[in-house]
Write a protein that binds this ligand. Structure first.
Ligand code: ZN
Length: 477
């Protein structure tokens, strides 16, 4: 690429892998990649320029049910007037039951049954606009809503996946689409329940879907593999998918050890804990992202860290669902890699994910500055740097770093904000992460194109209007 095709920018400070670089020059080529720039007179981006954050775990449709599961015995409340929804609620969720992950899941299933391709596209596009405005510049979509609610395929069968790809293109966010393999309803191999049927594939159908979707890949879209969880993927299917040529490239994601009940069921049926079992049955390496990995023994924590796989942490969702706390200090001491996701989208903010990752540990241990493992290290810098690296690995795309050849995905903080007055480089990321409740993300570039300027997304009114129309039509109580 000749320099004539480069757009030249300068940053007061740009966040590189080893810290802030003063007076940085950045070039962006015609394909949306960063290149070295020697141009001294490039346009000024602003005082504080950071790589955009990859969001490594998303179920887009769940954004439209945020706030609908926060009432005790809430399963009955979401569609109180709809007979089909009432009938679908299992009796075991009574008003006297303890609300937990499994009761939340029933609400989520009831909600999911109302979502088709048009709804999914409208919800995802709105979600992705909100992600961009919060500082996420790419997203890994862990997508299992494949078929019609009764389990029959759409025409074409990949219609729901295409809705997500279109939504990402409309919003202008980078996408790693992770079509999910979901075969059984539990560790005992039981068939999918009526409401899980739309998630299901046989291995052959699944690989065909993957092959079809891989043809959609380009600069802003990659397609990886997701195994829903060990309870949903029996051992022979896991082996078959991992042995296929399609698993030779791209990231591989799996939900794992999120719930104590899941750990107990895995022990009872497979004779090992989930993470332990996975390492015994798959070559887990840096292409893998183990989502949640909340309940780990010391040996599992060390093994996960050694493998180079990414722990996909979703602190606001894990807090919202009452999952538990990840063993952060031991994992970081063992050199583990982590990234963050907004998962159920109860909150869409990298700042809040990283803050809660640290605060959970502080509350549990009654100590401060847990993520900073060495004397003098900053918690904010440690977490932002770790999450960029793990997020990029989990995305399988060249993102998360302001280096030559990476996607030009960056955010510019609002230097005029009173919060950042009198902040120098050494305290900037700590102020952003711990005190940045008002939006500090002023401009956002993805693949060399401005998607957000002065806090506004280029198409936010239209996308929000369509979202409101669609969600209104769902008749949520
Ligand atoms: Zn998830």
């Amino acid at each position: 690429m000749s320099s004539a095709t480069l757009a030249h920018f300068r940053a007061g400070r740009a966040w590189r892998i080893d810290g802030w670089q003063a007076d940085a020059a950045l070039g962006v080529d015609a394909d949306g990649r960063l290149q070295a720039s020697a141009e001294p007179a490039g346009a000024s981006l602003g005082r504080w320029v950071l790589p955009g954050m990859p969001n490594l775990h998303s179920h887009a449709f769940q954004r439209a049910m945020a706030g609908l599961a926060e009432r005790r015995g809430h399963v009955h409340a979401i569609f109180p007037d709809r007979e089909d929804q009432k009938a679908a609620i299992p009796g075991r969720i009574s008003q006297k039951s303890e609300d937990n992950f499994w009761s939340w899941r029933e609400t989520m299933y009831a909600f999911a049954a109302t979502i088709g391709p048009d709804e999914l596209k409208a919800i995802a596009a709105q979600l992705y606009v909100e992600m961009l405005k919060a500082g996420y510049t790419s997203v890994c979509e862990f997508h299992y809503l494949h078929h019609r609610p009764d389990g029959t395929p759409y025409a074409p069968p990949q219609a729901m996946s295409l809705a997500l790809i279109e939504a990402a293109r409309e919003a202008g966010i980078g996408l790693t689409l992770l079509p999910v393999l979901y075969i059984s309803g539990g560790f005992d191999g039981r068939a999918l329940s009526a409401r899980q049927r739309r998630f299901g594939h046989g291995v052959d159908d699944y690989l065909r879907l993957l092959e079809t979707l891989r043809r959609q890949q380009g600069d802003e879209v990659s397609v990886g593999i997701a195994l829903h969880s060990l309870r949903a993927v029996p051992e022979p299917a896991l082996r078959e998918v991992l042995a296929s040529g399609l698993a030779a490239t791209g990231p591989i994601h799996i939900h794992i050890a999120e719930q104590v009940g899941e750990v107990q069921d895995c022990l009872a049926t497979r004779g090992a804990r989930p993470v332990e079992w996975l390492f015994d049955h798959a070559d887990v390496d840096a292409r893998w992202c183990l989502v949640h990995a909340t309940h780990l023994t010391a040996a599992e924590t060390a093994q996960l860290a050694r493998s180079g796989a990414v722990a996909g942490l979703c602190p606001t969702t894990e807090a919202n669902l009452g999952d538990g706390l990840f063993p952060l200090a031991d994992y970081l001491d063992a050199g583990g890699t982590l990234g963050i996701g907004s998962d159920s989208h109860i909150s869409i903010s990298p700042v809040e994910e990283l803050r809660w990752l640290e605060y959970g540990q502080r509350l549990a241990t009654r100590h401060r500055n847990i993520a900073a493992r060495r004397e003098g290290d900053s918690v904010g810098e440690t977490l932002w740097r770790s999450a960029l690296r793990g997020g990029a690995l989990a995305s399988g795309r060249p993102v998360g770093e302001l280096r030559d050849g990476a996607r030009a995905d960056l955010i510019v903080l609002d230097e005029a904000s009173p919060l950042l007055a009198a902040r120098e480089a050494r305290s900037l990321l700590d102020s952003f992460l711990f005190a940045g409740n008002t939006p500090l993300v002023r401009h956002v570039m993805v693949g060399g194109r401005w998607q957000v300027r002065d806090f506004r997304h280029r198409d936010e009114e239209r996308i929000a209007r369509r979202y409101r129309d669609v969600v209104d039509s769902l008749e949520i109580a």
